[in-house]
Design a protein around this ligand. Structure first.
Ligand code: PLP
Length: 396
């Protein structure tokens, strides 16, 4: 493929787009159209029959969306990509296409709150069951695999506890049983971690986060083998209909161009903030994969190029103390989502993971005094000054 030998920093800018095919337009044009005209009835027939390349209707495909899909596949090192109207549209399309009633999904212990909700829904409505596993070792992962296990679904780092799953180990187990491994790669973005290159089968992104990067789009992406992506496009995406709009695809193409530059800054800032947080007297514990004292530091070194821009931490005190800390912040905004230019903070127990029942939340390690920080692109000194003044109040 044309971009195979180029570095990711180049592929995010040029991958899968040839300006010669678009009247010389430097940036991929925005095809803001619902449908495409056929020159003749026979051409329409050929397009529907799949005997002629070309677009039909934007729920089936759109040139701006296609440019994004081609680019993300090249970036992740996969065969093909598919875009969706949200990360959850991508997650649900993938899980529904891989499973039927009676099947089973093995999941990492700790998932995005709505993925947790979706698994609950498909269990109750369609008897598609699941188990959560810490996946600490091959034996621990293998233990919960059953004949009806049709997918292994993991997040790493896990939201919001930031614990890691050793992808190489999970792939080893999955290969023995011929089960596809799906990775929600949202927290890393392809700049920090490329699961397909580590042997995983399918990558999912909430492109709302680092890929968009500017807090103005909700979207999802999937990368996998060509035959799987074709099936996904022609079944769950076409018929359930969770498509992305052309303008959102266009915004993601723009966001992608600066992904490596932004990620370097997110990672740099987070490292500084993590080091400072750790020393503050109001902090009880810190959950950051880049901490060399973190018992999973070697996994981070093995599969991620940098530790990422997210830090979770627990404060000394109660839920009310955690809430009062974030109420004191001035520069840092209280909001869910992550990966934006703005530094964002949230309280997982009452926000992103409020849907998870209390006992399961405890099992996942999401305590009431935990906060999750998405370190933005501001000067780290300013981010720290804001955090410090809020934490100092608690220490008094
Ligand atoms: C935000 C998020 C999702 C869901 O994505 P949306 O774009 O909000 O639908 C899924 N997984 C992870 C890890 C996320 O952070």
């Amino acid at each position: 493929m044309e971009n195979e030998t180029k570095k990711i920093d180049t592929v995010v800018i040029h991958g899968g787009y040839d300006s010669k095919e678009h009247k010389g337009s430097l940036t991929p044009p925005l095809y803001q159209t619902s449908t495409f005209t056929f020159e003749t009835a026979e051409q329409g027939e050929r397009r529907f029959a799949g005997n002629e390349e070309g677009f039909i209707y934007s729920r089936l495909g759109n040139p701006t969306v296609k440019a994004l899909e081609t680019r993300i596949a090249l970036i992740e090192g996969g065969e093909a990509g598919l875009a969706f109207g949200s990360g959850m549209a991508a997650v649900s399309a993938v899980l529904l296409s891989l499973t039927k009633t009676g099947d089973h999904i093995l999941c990492s212990k700790g998932l995005y709150g709505c993925t947790f909700g979706l698994l609950q829904l498909i269990k109750e409505k369609y008897n598609i069951t699941h188990h959560y596993s810490g996946m600490e070792t091959e034996a621990a992962t293998e233990e919960l695999i059953r004949p009806e296990t049709k997918a292994i679904y993991v997040e790493t780092p896990i939201n919001p506890t930031m614990s890691l799953i050793d992808l190489e180990m999970v792939v080893n187990v999955a290969k023995k049983y011929n089960i596809p491994v799906i990775v929600d790669n949202t927290f890393c973005s392809p700049y920090l971690q490329q699961p397909i290159k580590l042997g995983c089968d399918i990558v999912i992104h909430s492109a709302t986060k680092y890929i968009g990067g500017h807090g103005d789009v909700i979207a999802g992406l999937v990368v996998g083998k060509q035959h799987f992506i074709n099936e996904l496009a022609m079944t769950t995406r076409k018929d359930v209909g969770g498509i992305i709009s052309p303008i959102d695809a266009w915004l993601l193409l723009r966001g992608l161009k600066t992904l490596p530059v932004r990620m370097d800054r997110h990672c740099y800032n987070a490292k500084r903030i993590a080091e400072l947080l750790e020393q503050h007297e109001s902090i009880d514990g810190i959950f950051y994969p880049g901490d060399s004292k973190n018992p999973q530091y070697h996994i981070m070194k093995k599969q991620m190029s940098q530790a990422g821009g997210l830090i979770s931490f627990t404060i000394k005190g109660t839920k009310e103390n955690a809430q009062s800390v974030i109420n004191e912040l001035k520069l840092i905004k209280i909001a869910v989502s992550l990966g934006d230019a703005e530094t964002l903070i949230q309280h997982p127990a009452t926000m992103t993971h409020a849907v998870v029942p209390e006992d399961q939340r405890q099992q996942m390690g999401i305590t009431d005094n935990m906060l999750r920080l998405s370190v933005g692109l501001e000067a780290w000194e300013d981010i720290w000054m804001d955090l410090k003044q809020a934490l100092d109040i608690l220490a008094k």
